[in-house]
Design a binder for this molecule. Structure first.
Ligand SMILES: *Cc1c(COP(=O)(O)O)cnc(C)c1O
Length: 359
């Protein structure tokens, strides 16, 4: 029996996608072999790859002068790829520090360039997104980097920063495809698949064409955007099975009505859950209200022992993986696209029962 899985990633996938992958597993479309046993250069897999590119373009409205690369190495690999590909002749890149994942991006970039922290959420203990009016950009940065959704704390940008001619780079690992974004406002968007795209193993990179061609000589080939674009992201063997499953998720999303439709559901799910958290002092969310994540709702109970007990008893109730990240504590409910409203309803039902018992 499938239970509601609130894991932050690898996260829940739509059941129909898993069923289709299962049906195709031994014999893909009557070819007598699995998609994961096929050459990545054969027409069958190339068809899957082209469709994944076209569907993602459609879902996000990606303009033609942006290239999509399906790479490996996760968002963590991209934290190195971004400075190596974009710094060019410049020396400095600007980063907005909003929590754990942006700090990971910063420490990786520091290996390759000078990092200017143009703004930080530190004053609130990283429970808010600094307004753009507070940003202090350096004189001539190669790019400005943000983490669009801090998965661990549950802090999300509700606006697209305006950086003018300076390329804006966003780690969208945990909120890509959850809401419409104007891709033309970004230089690079990257995301590990395992939160809101598909299975772990593939990393989506969307890069504006004019940013290609300035890669550092020392950049490893597998994260060299210029080279990977030239080879249609098949300079080496790409992650074929994760690309295939991600393609099934794209089709599923289109069937749901696309990103605009799923956003409505995501707003409804998040509002319902935060309303329950706010209803009582028994549960506390620490994020500034305007910056609350629609994807990862975090909350604390009156003490750590109750946090642990909550996660344990929730599991017995059929609600999996609610324990917060070990560095943050508390509870985290990740409610990505694939989490149906019924999962949120069942969580709220459990929150009420739990409060009655221990509140
Ligand atoms: C999960 C996550 C990462 C790390 O991704 P990997 O694929 O494990 O490298 C980075 N950034 C954000 C925002 C994440 O949610």
């Amino acid at each position: 029996m499938r239970l509601f899985n609130f894991s932050p990633g690898p996260a829940m996938l739509p059941e129909s996608v898993l069923q289709e992958a299962q049906a195709d597993l031994l014999d893909w479309k009557g070819r007598g072999l699995s998609i994961m046993e096929m050459s990545h250069r054969g027409e069958d897999f190339l068809g899957v790859a082209r469709k994944a590119d076209a569907d993602l373009r459609k879902l996000m409205g990606i303009p033609d002068h942006y290239k999509i690369l399906f790479l490996q190495g996760g968002a963590t690999g991209q934290n190195a790829a971004v400075p190596l590909n974009l710094i060019g002749e410049k020396t400095t890149a600007d980063y907005i520090h909003t929590g754990h994942w942006s700090s990971r991006s910063i420490s990786e970039a520091e290996k390759y360039c000078t990092v200017n922290i143009a703004a930080s959420g530190e004053s609130s203990g990283f429970w808010h997104v600094p307004a753009q009016s507070e940003w202090r950009l350096s004189a001539d940065p190669a790019y400005v980097h943000i983490c669009a959704n801090e998965t661990i704390s549950g802090v999300e940008y509700q606006f697209t920063p305006d950086t003018g001619d300076i390329p804006l780079v966003a780690d969208m690992s945990s909120n890509i495809l959850s809401r419409p974004v104007d891709v033309s406002r970004f230089g690079v968007i990257y995301a590990g698949a395992q939160k809101n795209i598909g299975p772990t193993g593939v990393t989506v990179v969307i890069v504006r064409e004019d940013l290609l061609g300035k890669v550092k000589k020392a950049c490893p080939s597998v994260i060299d955007y210029t080279l990977e674009e030239k080879f249609e992201w098949m300079y080496n063997t790409p992650p074929t099975f994760p690309v295939y499953v991600s393609g099934l998720v794209f089709t599923w999303l289109l069937e749901q009505g696309g990103v605009e439709a799923i956003e409505k559901t995501n707003i409804a799910k998040a509002e319902k859950l935060y309303a329950e958290i706010d209803r009582t002092d028994f549960y506390t969310n620490k994020v500034r209200k305007e910056d609350r994540s629609r994807m990862n709702a975090t909350f604390f109970l009156p003490n750590e022992e109750l946090d642990d007990r909550f996660a344990e008893e929730a599991k017995a109730y059929g609600l999996l993986n609610l324990k917060g990240h070990k560095i943050a504590g508390g509870i985290r409910a990740s409610i990505y696209n694939a989490m149906p409203m019924a999962g949120v309803d069942k969580l709220i039902e459990f929150m009420r029962l739990f409060e009655k018992k221990y509140g």
